[in-house]
Design a binder for this molecule. Structure first.
Ligand SMILES: [Zn+2]
Length: 260
């Protein structure tokens, strides 16, 4: 599932391919991907240009003449820019056709992604009660978001209303680096642990962005390449444990990440 580093990579890709080009037409191949009526979606964007892209957590907001195209990539989203006449990417759900004979495809292999339009992206963030962006939040915003929370730290990191941008994979890495057991209650963390957690959130997300979210290239010193059953911890060689949380599988080292 695309998390913040992957979505930041989509942002950079969008910026390098699709800004300041006139949108000639929009083809909706599956209306279920839209959170807004098809006609309104098309009429808002057709004939205009995308001017800039802002990312918040796993969302992109693409500014287009005082409106914003909202992109969410769900479980398997992707973008592909290609020349007309080349083969249309598999699972294309929406095609933005530009006057320069190029097309930007919004791809979703399953139906979890969403496209929407908003006239104010900050209002959109508030309405959806999204927490601060994990990459750009300040330490004060981070503490404020965790205040009065009593859930475990893994759930807190993955809750987009607490912190926006982190999912199952990066939360495993952040907790591994910080040496915190994922089921530790957030309200019993000590100040030094909170500080380390904050620092590691930023460092790991930045590492992911540098690697363009390409998990296959991640250092074997991280836990991400070992998120497979019966792998050993890259630090202490204890077998890594898999557990279920929120219907997903998380991984941790029971030695490096002892229960408090
Ligand atoms: Zn270990």
């Amino acid at each position: 599932m695309p998390e913040l580093p992957e979505v930041e990579t989509f942002k950079q890709y969008f910026e390098s391919t699709s800004l300041n080009k006139q949108i000639k037409n929009i083809k909706i191949k599956d209306t279920r991907i839209l959170s807004i009526e098809e006609n309104i979606f098309i009429n808002t964007l057709r004939g205009k240009k995308f001017n800039s892209v802002t990312r918040h957590g796993k969302y992109l907001f693409v500014e287009c003449n005082s409106f914003f195209l909202v992109m969410h990539f769900g479980m398997t989203g992707d973008l592909e820019y290609y020349r007309r006449g080349e083969e249309e990417p598999k699972y294309s759900k929406v095609l933005f056709e530009f006057t320069n004979n190029h097309i930007l495809s919004y791809i979703s292999t399953r139906m979890f992604g969403k496209l929407d339009i908003t006239d104010d992206y900050k209002k959109y963030i508030n309405k959806n009660r999204l927490g601060p962006d994990a990459l750009t939040m300040s330490y004060e915003e981070f503490l404020m978001s965790l205040k009065r929370r009593t859930t475990n730290v893994k759930t807190a990191l993955m809750n987009q209303r607490i912190i926006c941008g982190i999912g199952n994979i990066y939360s495993d890495e952040i907790l591994f680096r910080t040496q915190i057991n994922p089921l530790t209650k957030i309200n019993i963390l000590q100040e030094y642990q909170l500080k380390e957690l904050f620092t590691n959130i930023k460092e790991i997300l930045k590492y992911g962005i540098r690697k363009k979210g390409n998990l296959a290239t991640y250092s074997s010193k991280l836990i991400i390449p070992h998120r497979i059953e019966e792998e050993n911890c890259p630090i202490c060689h204890t077998p890594i444990k898999r557990y279920e949380i929120l219907g997903r599988h998380g991984f941790f080292c029971p030695t490096c990440q002892k229960e408090n």
